[in-house]
Write a protein that binds this ligand. Sequence first.
Ligand code: ADP
Ligand code: MG
Length: 721
Amino acid sequence: MPSMAQGELKSSVLNSKSPIASRFRMRQKIAEHRKSLPIASVEKRLIEEVQKNDILIIVGETGSGKTTQLPQFLFSAGFCREWKMVGITQPRRIAAVTIAKRVAEESDVELGQRVGYSIRFDDCTSSSTRLKYMTDGFLLREALLDPLLSRYSVIVVDEAHERTVHTDVLLALLKEVQRARSKQEGVQTKAGDEIGVKRNGGVLRGCQGRKVSPLKLIIMSASLDARVFSEYFGGAKAVHVEGRQFPVDIFYTVHPETDYVDAALVTIFQIHVEEKPGDILVFLTGQDEIESVERLVKERLEHLPEDKRKLLPLAIFSALPSEQQMQVFAPAPTGFRKVILATNIAETSITIPGIRYVIDPGFVKARTYDPSKGMETLDVVPASKAQSLQRSGRAGREGPGKCFRLYPEREFEKLEESTKPEIKRCNLSNVILQLKALGIDDIVGFDFIDKPSRGAIVKALTELRLLGALTDDCKLEKPAGEQMSQLPLDPVYSRALILANNQFNCLEEMLITVAMLSVESIFYDPREKREEARTSRNHFASVEGDHLTYLSVYRESNEFLEKRKTESSEAKIDKIMKKWCKDNFVNNRSLKHARDTYRQIREHVEQMGFNVSSCGNDMLEYRRCLAASFFLKAAQRQMDGTYRALESGEIVHIHPTSVLFRSKPECVIFNELMQTSKKYIKNLTRIDHLWLAELAPHHYKTDDEMNDFNTRDGMLQTEAF
Ligand code: ADP
Ligand code: MG
């Protein structure tokens, strides 16, 4: 606290309850914590290495202080002089946010000032921001507006071992940006050049009139295999930061568990009742699972004797409202044990202090893509060995720990060594559109660290052409393709908004739809109250399908909120809304997230010059717009009651959570395909099958037109291409 006078400090220390004294203690604690981190002892050496090398790879054990400390070292070493920034990318939104908050706290500055973050739909930076945490996807988008990324003196690509598709594309792009910047070093940019990003009321941040300077790249990774990155960057130097790791005892189950959620619950209580103090970290696969475990822990606690109830369940997953995100980091109240229910975010991205026990059911939610069928699914699959080791390591950060793997030991040996890079198992249409917008036309020849298959590239190009983003010779279509690349959404959703605006006059409804589809589940569906939930939700249900049902939920909640807005404080409104959600079996966190997302996408489209209008009650236009947008995901009922996805020809089933589960209409469009025991389609709307040929004539023809003699009347065929 350099500005504090000595006398003031002394008297405040005497009065230990004064706010100044408590702030002083907190600052002291933070300074001690920073000094105790393994990375602190190598600060000088690391800075020297950054100065000597244009590309540096830093490998270090999770929790050693890479993400929170290195950017602060760079700031102190002068890498942010004048207008320059250090950008740090994270694969996950929530890591970017929570880490920026922590670093702002450590640096004793207000978040959004010197230290800030930018993620899709949420920008917390200002013209004074010098350390900017962001998602890798966000930086890619920024490159569209400022191809040289000229504000950054250093870019740190963090968590590179995760190998998300955005990280992979970013690495290739940064290689080019670095080359271009060193070639143009010293060139004066024109004063009027509008380089930068226009957001939040039009702040322009670029480096107008300044000289181009070289770019430093730092690649950080938790895994021990730096070779792949080093080779990719032409033998770049790699340094290791030693971590501190205490022994962790690993326990396995004797038999495989049929219900790992239940097994996790049993283990939580077993630890709570039998083991010494220390917090528990449980790895689950997503929001639904986390919330159901959170609820079940609370319910079971009520049946324990008073003195055993001191267990505090806390959730952390990407769609968690921001005011709840930091709760997991706060120490548990005296005598309490925290049980943190997390997705794989807590594997390496964020480190939560106090963990001594880890429960690892051994699963993860992962994207898989079959380019031959054009079908992407999000499935729960076994975690890899590398992931399991990271997970158990979390128990030994501050002392010896225990990890409970909820599967037999022999299963561990069968796990894959590490996770396949995402670029090898996802739909590429989004990144290819980004690359096209960046002026990179030769996708097959692009310098990917791991090349995606040719089939996947061809499929994505075809899909982009069908969606109207690319011309027949695979150039960016103007203006549609350009607009689609600017929206931070999957191309199909961008297309839906563009069509809603240009053709169907239902942009308001489509914005709500896209926002509602961006959350994991809008309805709250407790296992034990399924029937009650279903009945209470009946009044939202639309015979036309799930999209209209979501619209009703959003609209009704909005009306409810509007009526109360004038009469209550914000905190009270939150409470009222929570109750409304509970009564209606709607997931409060998801609805809140959807509401935020709606606001942000609306801002985007308004900036693009769209006029947000509503089709009111004309749901026919809205459904036609859905058909015109999602025509690649249409399915038709078969004789036996199953459905055939028209694009892939696969047999699929309507998911039991859909409002169309019982009525089984003849033809539907859907947004999600899920593989469990069968292939299920989710988020459906009933459409007239003739609309497909009418609204997507470039892709569908009716039999009549094809003069095909042997198929059912009116049956649709996808055109070969
Ligand atoms: P690495 O990137 O090497 O995995 P980090 O820089 O993320 O390590 O974390 C360093 C240390 O900072 C860890 O010990 C962690 O517990 C602590 N830390 C990080 N974020 C917070 C937070 N929000 N609150 C308290 N401690 C935190
Ligand atoms: Mg880190």
